[in-house]
Write a protein that binds this ligand. Structure first.
Ligand code: UP5
Ligand code: MG
Length: 199
């Protein structure tokens, strides 16, 4: 991957902050490819013959972070596939959603893929995120949308993933967006800030 033709934006924020929702909106504005690390892990978990199925299942249920080699490999493959599918494109822009959530992942990705250009950070109070996830849990079928898993996800976010946000803040790469308002409002604020930064 060459930074001259690949642009990566990490999309971070607590569980239920609205990362997936906002990425889906941004894809329409900026011709990004949206890659959700969580979605890639869930797909790998369900892939017949995967040697990581049970491991991923256990980690996700406990809100813990799957060993980084697995997730980085899934992201690398998905990026390669997307680049191969669009050989005509001079620039490939990726929104990498829900990753990196631990510093070891961040270092590994930057080493084997490329450094992120920017980091979008969706900032949302825990009680708001909890309400969203409990509501979604009624129908989502996600093994981690229950009170106990949500509590664990929040703890891992504060202890392990916020340091990643701080790391990129120190590098001046973070665009922080208040994720509390309605989705359309959050989208508008994100778009304005991204246009400023990306041109
Ligand atoms: N909603 C969204 N925006 C709203 C708004 N502005 N107002 C009101 N409601 C809003 O949204 C969540 C819910 O809220 C939805 O019902 C939505 O309609 C509503 P969503 O857009 O899905 O939020 P998102 O931040 O994407 O929440 P998600 O649950 O996906 O966040 P997580 O970060 O917890 O989940 P992820 O799939 O990224 O990871 C799951 C697990 O995978 C992790 O806990 C971990 O175990 C594992 N994982 C790794 O191990 N490594 C990785 O690198 C990544 C994941
Ligand atoms: Mg998500």
């Amino acid at each position: 991957f060459s930074p001259s033709n690949v642009t990566v934006i990490f999309v971070l924020g607590g569980p239920g902050a609205g990362k997936g929702t906002q990425c889906a909106n941004l894809v329409k504005d900026f011709s990004f490819t949206h890659l959700s690390a969580g979605d890639l892990l869930r797909a790998e978990q369900d892939r017949p013959g995967s040697q990581y199925g049970q491991l991923i299942k256990d980690y996700i249920k406990n809100g813990e972070i799957v060993p980084m080699e697995v997730t980085v490999a899934l992201l690398e493959n998905a990026m390669s596939d997307s680049i191969k599918a669009h050989p005509e494109a001079k620039k490939h822009r990726f929104l990498v959603d829900g990753f990196p959530r631990k510093m070891d992942q961040a270092y590994k990705f930057e080493e084997v893929v490329c450094p992120a250009k920017l980091v979008l950070f969706y900032d949302c109070p825990e009680h708001v995120m909890e309400g969203r996830l409990m509501e979604r849990g009624k129908t989502s079928g996600r093994a981690d949308d229950n009170a106990e898993s949500i509590r664990k996800r929040f703890r891992v976010f504060v202890e392990t993933s916020m340091p990643v946000v701080k790391h990129y803040e120190a590098e001046g790469k973070v665009i922080k967006v208040d994720a509390t308002p309605l989705p359309d409002e959050v989208h508008k604020m994100t778009k304005t800030k991204l246009v400023e930064m990306l041109g």
